[in-house]
Design a protein around this ligand. Structure first.
Ligand code: ZN
Ligand code: FE
Length: 264
């Protein structure tokens, strides 16, 4: 029987979330985008776990900052990232590219290129499967590309690239759980409401997020089926967002939404 996977997010720095993937039965774990090492080391020591892999979505310091220290402690861990971005990532033992697949903690991982926030930004998808008789939902680790109710800033890419990347993610199964790298949801929801005020699903989501924030609970993971209904950056083709931005071409809608979001 294959040991099931448990996923948690470790708060780090100001508002980063480090996804921690654990196979408790096997004593093995992996992390995505370790902003810093300390919360990861504490969590793994607490559970008596060994780190077997570090995955990177992109090169920003708040996504790679903890890798070197983690490797000092667990030098055997595989280090995964975009081979085309090697020069600005920690030394990779496993450079990957769009379309690649590998096995991590007994799950298949698929690599998707999703540029826009940076060139060479990757997302990692764990397709749904059955483990130990239990249905496991698809999981998406998307760094700073897709956030709950928002998307990343366009540091290196164009609105067209970001639109294409978001469309790739939107095509994943609706039940996909979304593990993004920042807890920006409350601010994103406020912006989304300002652009899409008559969206009743967004209104109830805003209420839900407010309750979570008041209870000091995380809003991540989100689910794709929800994001498709509330996230303005996944709704650039809808009449509501076209009207709000005064644009019709989805790329121009996204560019305008991104420009307005920046000012907030
Ligand atoms: Zn970033
Ligand atoms: Fe970031």
């Amino acid at each position: 029987m294959v040991a099931y996977l448990r996923i948690r997010r470790l708060p780090a720095l100001q508002d980063n979330l480090i996804p921690l993937l654990e196979q408790p039965g096997e004593g093995r774990a992996a992390v995505v985008d370790p902003a810093e090492a300390e919360p990861v080391i504490t969590a793994l020591d607490h559970g008596g776990m060994e780190l077997v892999a570090v995955l990177h979505t992109h090169h920003h310091w708040d996504h790679i900052g903890g890798t070197a220290e983690l490797l000092q402690r667990w030098p055997q861990a595989m280090v995964v990232g975009n081979g085309a971005d090697q020069h600005r990532l920690p030394p990779l033992s496993h450079p990957v590219a769009d379309g690649d697949r590998f096995v991590l903690l007994d799950r298949t991982v698929e690599v998707l290129a999703v540029s826009g926030h940076t060139n060479g930004h990757l997302a990692y998808v764990l397709p749904a499967c059955v483990m130990g008789g239990q249905e496991q939902p698809p999981e998406l680790f998307c760094g700073d590309t897709l956030f709950s109710c928002g998307c990343g800033r366009l540091f290196e890419g164009t609105p067209g690239q970001m639109l294409m990347s978001l469309q790739r993610l939107a095509a994943l199964p609706p039940q996909t759980r979304i593990w993004c790298a920042h807890e920006y949801t409350a601010k994103n929801v406020a912006f989304a409401l300002s652009q899409d005020p008559h969206n009743s699903t967004l209104q109830s989501f805003a209420h839900h997020v407010q309750q979570l924030v008041q209870a000091q609970l995380p809003t991540i993971p989100s689910r794709l089926e929800l994001e498709l209904q509330v996230n303005p950056f996944l709704r650039c083709h809808t009449p509501a967002l076209q009207a709000a931005t005064g644009q019709t071409d989805p790329e121009a809608v996204l560019a305008e939404l991104r420009r307005r979001r920046q000012k907030l």
